[in-house]
Design a protein around this ligand. Structure first.
Ligand code: AMP
Length: 214
């Protein structure tokens, strides 16, 4: 099974060819068509399974052309993960005109604010810094179409539950939501019940990399 038959746009396929991806990992094989079909998804997946491309590629395919306002938001627990995911999304979208902005704490606001004001299609952010930018009205999420909660268990471990709920209150109800977590404790189920609608689950057994794939 190759990437070509999963329903991804030619622009996105060109990006992953350039990165040297040949075969989809199991979570990509199962997740990409589900996400393209518009379903909310809960994925039990650790880093290393290829989950960034599993959510990034279908979202980039759907966003297609720039609109200068945030339509996809990817929340991450740490600045390191936010910046890794931003780099991956930039690579996947190399042949498109979509813009991605990364927001995290511990650095000055200036460049982040300028990027938001210039207009961006995708935001990758840690929750606290994103809330700061929202309260300063540097951006608005009222046109958001895709919300990704990545590493959700780590976000809750770091105490971001309330921040995630505050952010979600600023988002349109009519959106697609994807949640990825290495573990599924009750608090994650509660978060999923609040934020996702009739989600499909992709289980751990199929999300592990198959031998020889990676
Ligand atoms: P992730 O789980 O998204 O953090 O990805 C883990 C690593 O696997 C990253 O270095 C990706 O670039 C790489 N990767 C993801 N999907 C594929 C694929 N289909 N083929 C080859 N490498 C991949």
């Amino acid at each position: 099974m190759s990437f070509d038959s999963l329903g991804l746009s030619e622009t996105v396929l060109k990006g992953i060819r350039e990165m040297g991806y040949e075969d989809p990992t199991p979570i990509q094989l199962h997740g990409i068509p589900l996400i393209l079909s518009g379903k909310d998804v809960i994925g039990s997946a650790q880093t290393g399974t290829g989950k960034t491309a599993a959510f990034g590629l279908p979202i980039l395919t759907r966003l297609d052309k720039p609109a200068q306002q945030p339509r996809a938001l990817i929340l991450e627990p740490t600045r390191e993960l936010a910046s890794q995911v931003e780099t991956a999304i930039q690579d996947f979208s190399k042949f498109s005109k979509l813009r991605t902005t990364v927001l995290y704490g511990g650095v000055k606001y200036g460049r982040q604010t300028d990027a938001l004001k210039a207009g961006t299609d995708i935001i990758v952010a840690t929750p606290g810094r994103l809330l700061d930018h929202l309260s300063q009205k540097n951006t608005t999420l009222k046109h958001l179409e895709y919300l990704v909660l990545d590493e959700a268990d780590r976000m809750l471990d770091m105490g971001f539950y309330d921040d995630i709920m505050k952010i979600s209150n600023t988002l349109p109800k009519n959106r697609q939501t994807l949640l990825f977590s290495a573990t599924m404790p009750p608090k994650i189920r509660e978060l999923a019940n609040k934020l996702l609608k009739n989600p499909e689950s992709i289980s751990l057994s199929i999300s592990k990399p198959a031998k020889g794939i990676m």
